[in-house]
Design a protein around this ligand. Structure first.
Ligand SMILES: Cc1cc2nc3c(=O)[nH]c(=O)nc-3n(C[C@H](O)[C@H](O)[C@H](O)COP(=O)(O)O)c2cc1C
Length: 205
C-alpha cells in the first residue's frame, strides 16, 4: 500500500467483524510499529494483546463502572455519555494495550532534583516519553491498516488504568497509555474533516 494513501485512508474503526486476528499478523504489526522513533531510542513501550473474551469484557466493565463512579462523585452526569466511546473495545476480536515506562533523561533528573514541578519540567522538555508512545501507536494503526485491519486509538479507557493494569498484572513503572481494538472492519465511517492548511500552517521565509 502506498504510504501516503495509507495515512489518508486510515479511519478509526469502532465496529468489527467476528473474525479472529492470527497471532502472526499481530506480531508482524507490532514488529513493524517498533520501528517508530523514540526519545534517545529508549523504546519505552510494551504491549499486551488480549484476545480472551472474558478478560476483554471484564476490562470494559471496569471502564464503565469507573465512569459511573466518577459521574456520581463529581455530580457531572454528562460523564456517562463518555461510555459509548470508552467501552466498545471488548467487541473487537483483539485489543492491544499499550504501556509506557518513564523516559530516562539526565537533564530531567537534574531539574526534578532542583524542585521543578512535573508540569513545569515537561513544558521545557516536551514529554518525550508520551511523544514516543504516540509515534508507535500511529505506526500500529498504519501497519494494521496496510494489512486490512481496522483499529481505534483509545485513551478514554485510561480512566480505569490502575484497575486494568491490575488484571493484566502490569506493575510500576509501566503505565497504560492506550487501548487499540483491532479486527476486520464491519463498517468504515466517513472521514471526519480536517482543519484547512491556512489554520494549521505558517511558513516563515
Ligand atoms: C490520543 C487519541 C485518543 C483517542 N481516544 C479515543 C477514544 O477513547 N475513543 C474513541 O472512540 N476514539 C478515540 N480516538 C479517535 C479519534 O476520535 C479519531 O482519531 C478522530 O475523530 C479522527 O478520526 P479518524 O481517526 O477516523 O481520522 C482517539 C484518538 C487519539 C489520537
Amino acid at each position: 500500500m502506498d504510504l501516503i494513501q495509507g495515512i489518508m485512508e486510515r479511519r478509526s474503526i469502532r465496529q468489527f467483524l467476528d473474525k479472529e486476528v492470527p497471532n502472526e499478523d499481530l506480531e508482524e504489526i507490532i514488529r513493524i510499529a517498533s520501528w517508530a522513533p523514540s526519545g534517545a531510542n529508549q523504546q519505552m513501550w510494551k504491549f499486551i494483546i488480549v484476545k480472551n473474551k472474558n478478560i476483554l469484557d471484564q476490562m470494559s466493565r471496569l471502564v464503565a463502572d469507573k465512569i459511573d463512579r466518577l459521574a456520581e462523585e463529581t455530580g457531572y452526569s454528562e460523564l456517562v455519555r463518555m461510555k459509548a466511546y470508552s467501552t466498545f473495545f471488548n467487541k473487537a476480536p483483539a485489543t492491544i494495550a499499550v504501556f509506557m515506562e518513564p523516559y530516562k533523561n539526565k537533564a530531567e533528573e537534574v531539574l526534578r532534583a532542583a524542585g521543578y514541578s512535573e508540569e513545569r519540567l515537561q513544558r521545557l522538555r516536551g514529554n518525550a516519553g508520551i511523544q514516543s508512545i504516540g509515534a508507535v501507536i500511529q505506526n500500529i494503526l498504519l501497519a494494521a491498516h496496510a494489512k486490512g485491519y481496522g483499529t481505534c486509538w483509545m485513551c478514554a479507557p485510561i480512566i480505569a488504568a490502575p484497575e486494568i493494569e491490575k488484571i493484566l498484572e502490569v506493575e510500576e513503572p509501566w503505565q497504560l497509555k492506550a487501548l487499540i481494538p483491532i479486527g476486520k472492519p464491519a463498517s468504515i465511517p466517513k472521514a471526519p474533516s480536517r482543519k484547512p492548511l491556512t489554520e494549521i500552517l505558517k511558513i516563515i521565509e
